[in-house]
Design a binder for this molecule. Structure first.
Ligand SMILES: Cc1ncc(COP(=O)(O)O)c(C=O)c1O
Length: 344
């Protein structure tokens, strides 16, 4: 589906520049959610009809990140997904991460192991023989910086460390190949535009060998329908062993948006989002970064002008953070630039 046609499915109020906080759903996802919530309200169906969305979403996510669906676990949040590895590490295992990292990819390691942090640009050089896991975001939440992936992967391979990446600020606009990493996790409520409550995690067979299914449950059973009652433990032989029983309505929304993204293609989204980002930077007299998240300094007057112009953005690490996705328009960008420069 061409991107320009797909864009007609969104109805944002002008000025939404905050997909890095949460993405907006297309009308098709909202309609599907209304439909199933009506079923819920009336008791029209059992839950298996809603659960079928989980399988569609898992498959669509697998295609999006070019990984086998059998290696994708379904969960609720990034921190929950990572805890199954963090909790299984020896208490003295070193986990190396950027110090700027979003804490859902820091706190689980700090609880389960020995966390060491360094600035993002020193991550690859800081891997040593003691490092068991290198954990980092593909795209930083606070400022959109991208990880030096090739260098980090090489350093991790040289020291036999597992690589764990949080792609929550990447999947959906940046082409991503999950199998380059041991673990790739992604919260779906940002660039994948799903309701909160769905997270998809690529777990390589190697990573699974190091993990503990600390939230083992009936849904992770080799036959979920035959796992309601009684022992023995009988978990799925693949990544499903790490599934959480799904938040149905989040999965219903995610199935629609992930399938739609697959039809549009991430390459087209990438082109659109980065062109808007380049327009933003050009408006401020700055060089383009090639990312879909941008930051700028903004004093109280600029913040007031942004609010008056109807721009909804975030303030992170003392700077204004704007983010551009497939429903963002040039007018959205120009409003922000005019407010930040004081030229209307
Ligand atoms: C990089 C990144 N990872 C994860 C999350 C959300 O984490 P969780 O799913 O644990 O709430 C965010 C939210 O802003 C984020 O920016």
């Amino acid at each position: 589906m061409p991107l320009h046609a797909a864009r007609a499915l969104w109805d944002p109020r002008p000025g939404w520049l905050n997909t890095a906080s949460y993405g907006l759903p297309p009308r098709t996802a909202v309609a599907e959610l209304h439909r199933v919530i009506g079923q819920w309200q009336r008791g029209d169906t059992d839950w298996t009809a809603w659960d079928a969305a989980t399988g569609r979403a898992r498959d669509a996510f697998a295609r999006l990140v070019a990984a086998p669906a059998a290696d994708i676990a379904v969960g609720a949040t990034v921190s929950q997904a990572l805890s199954a590895l963090a909790a299984a590490l020896p208490a003295d295992a070193e986990v190396l991460a950027p110090e700027e990292e979003f804490t859902s990819n820091l706190f689980p390691w700090a609880v389960g192991a020995r966390l060491r942090t360094v600035p993002l640009d020193r991550l690859a050089d800081a891997v040593t023989a003691r490092t068991r896991v290198v954990a980092f975001s593909l795209v930083q939440s606070a400022d959109g910086r991208r990880a030096p992936i090739a260098d980090v992967l090489t350093a991790a391979r040289d020291h036999d460390a597992l690589t764990v990446t949080d792609a929550s600020q990447a999947c959906g606009w940046l082409p991503v190949q999950a199998t380059r990493f041991d673990v790739l996790t992604c919260a779906a409520y940002k660039w994948l535009m799903a309701p909160r409550g769905a997270t998809y995690t690529y777990l390589s067979p190697r990573a699974r060998d190091h993990m503990r299914p600390i939230a083992a449950n009936w849904y992770a059973g080799s036959d979920p329908g035959g796992s309601y009652y009684g022992p023995p433990l009988r978990l799925a032989p693949d990544a499903r062993a790490f599934d959480l029983s799904p938040a149905w309505f989040s999965q219903v929304g995610a199935a629609v948006t992930l399938q739609l993204l697959g039809r549009i293609g991430v390459a087209a989204v990438h082109e659109h989002d980065t062109a808007l980002s380049a327009r933003f930077h050009a408006g401020l007299g700055l060089a383009p970064t090639g990312g879909a998240i941008a930051t700028a300094t903004a004093g109280p007057a600029a913040l007031r002008r942004l609010a008056e112009a109807g721009v909804r953005a975030a303030v992170r690490a003392g700077r204004i953070r704007v983010s551009f996705h497939l429903y963002t328009t040039e007018d959205d960008v120009d409003r922000a630039v005019a407010a930040l420069t004081g030229h209307s």
